[in-house]
Ligand binder design. Sequence first.
Ligand code: NAD
Length: 362
Amino acid sequence: MRKVRVELGKESYDIYISHGLQQELVDFVKGAGFSKQAMLVTDSNVGPLYGEKIRRLLEEGGLKATIATIPAGESSKSLRMAEELYTKAIELGLDRKSPIFALGGGVVGDLAGFIAATYMRGVPFVQLPTSLLAQVDSSVGGKVAVNHALGKNLIGAFYQPKAVFMDLELMKTLPKREIYTGLGEIIKYGIIYDADFFAFLESHVKEVLGLEPEATVHMIARSCEIKAAVVSQDEKEAGLRRILNFGHTMAHAIEKETNYVRYNHGEAVAIGMVGAADISARLGMIPEADVTRVTKLIETLQLPIYADGCTVDAMYRDIFHDKKTVGGKVNWVLMEGIGKVMCRNDVPEDVVRAAMAARIAK
Ligand code: NAD
């Protein structure tokens, strides 16, 4: 079992990572000082597989947990679904010490976390992420949110969980495409923070793609450590945390241009990371050989490097509407080498357009 501490003063918490974590969960719940009533939020894919098993473990820990199942998919991250869960919480008589557990991918985690942050001005929240993306990204760092019809994640909060339990046994049922999605974010951590980790991924492709236990625990734990280190230094995204957006500027434009359907987020980020590496090289910040390494690892780990269905003009327009664009200046996260990035808002239009053109599938 690997344990990663997220240092946030009074809000600090542990992430437990292993194959099988039943006893750790039971022991944690017993000692947490929660009220007896609890809500276990899950989705229509994950709930039937693992909901009852987790509910029984919580019961062993002394909780009476009721399962609330939402339809799987991004459309459940809505204020309407939040209202249904508030109603359920009130009907169940949840009080200020009643915990809310999130069992599922990032959709469940973001929505359940948003409920936990706002119901009675905040109740204890525990994450049990079951997708690779949720494990290495959305469950770490305390961002919780629902979507608005006019944009993703526009209604949200910073709200830290009491603990995060990642039982990698539950990943056996995760569809392949969702695994690749998570791998995109994992590659990102190597690029932005840790050249050795990047090299580890390059030299363990077979183990990584096969989710072999030792390699999987390491890549998840190292990703969580890196995200935790960044978040600990900048919880509310005033500066350093922006480096986590590497690849995301172009990714958001690709997602928008393809109506959030053709590519999932991780796939769009993969293409965007190649784009950001390319911009870095065009600006003379890194050698071409680094772009080749980034591109090759992304491709080897079964992620796309070209976007279908986009035009340069549309993508270029979109980057100015991104949430992260301030005062009309696009904040690019660019590479200074593998393992090191910096933010720049002075990238010339022709460089951006050339890098975008290179990402469009012929
Ligand atoms: P998701 O929650 O939709 O899960 C992907 C799919 O996999 C779903 O169909 C889900 O039911 C299924 N699934 C999950 N675990 C499974 C398992 N073990 N077995 C079988 N099926 C399983 O999507 P996601 O990729 O996990 O997360 C995406 C969401 O996360 C987006 O809403 C995004 O905005 C959010 N996100 C949040 C943050 C943050 O910091 N809060 C960061 C990144 C992404």
